[in-house]
Write a protein that binds this ligand. Sequence first.
Ligand SMILES: C[S@@+](CC[C@H](N)C(=O)[O-])C[C@H]1O[C@@H](n2cnc3c(N)ncnc32)[C@H](O)[C@@H]1O
Length: 215
Amino acid sequence: MRIPKYYKESFEMLVPKLYDFVVNISFFGNAKKIRLKAIKQIPKNSKKIIDLATGTGELAILTKKLFPKSNIIGIDLSNGMLERAKKKAKNKKLNISFLRRNIEDTKFPSNNVDAVIIGLALHEIPEKPRIRVLKKAYKLLKKNKVFVIMDLNKPKNIIFRNIFKLYLRIFEPDYNRANKFLDYDLERELKKIKFKYIRTSYHYLHSVKIITCKK
Ligand SMILES: C[S@@+](CC[C@H](N)C(=O)[O-])C[C@H]1O[C@@H](n2cnc3c(N)ncnc32)[C@H](O)[C@@H]1O
């Protein structure tokens, strides 16, 4: 499997044991609430759902709880994050497949999935591979099925924006990349790939956005 250079540079710095704790304090205990808002974009009849860059599996686990009969697959490159995800799912007695794959090239068949979700990962991936991930999501999906993205957004309020940027400086493995992402027009890129744009909602003082689109 090809391990991207940006992955080695940034993601190996993540500490799986601390990840959930840091995300939760970053959202002042609201991480689950925001994740649930993203998962609720997935239509009820979705049978096969893939969580790209699943990390410690938070999105995949909440998705399984909301879609107990569906086949949920979480993929990531980090062994440490995947181990943590598997442990959490096992403790909760949830049957989720956690697999080590590169999200740029998942090796899954095309037109085979009812929903794809990705949370808090795209801002950490450079632009070219990011576009490859978006294109991969498009390929994986069956026609008319949804892709949900939850990621960082530039807060409108100037004071909060500066606090938020300070937070990024402290916690992001690559501050410049994350900061540049705040000005990146994800919706435009999705439309270029031929996704049908549905909506964007903003949360947590506009610091997080959830984009829903369809193949
Ligand atoms: C910030 S974490 C996000 C985790 C999770 N989705 C969440 O909502 O908290 C980003 C994850 O992306 C994974 N990742 C980054 N690039 C990847 C790639 N090319 N293939 C697979 N996983 C990747 C990292 O290993 C890391 O676990």
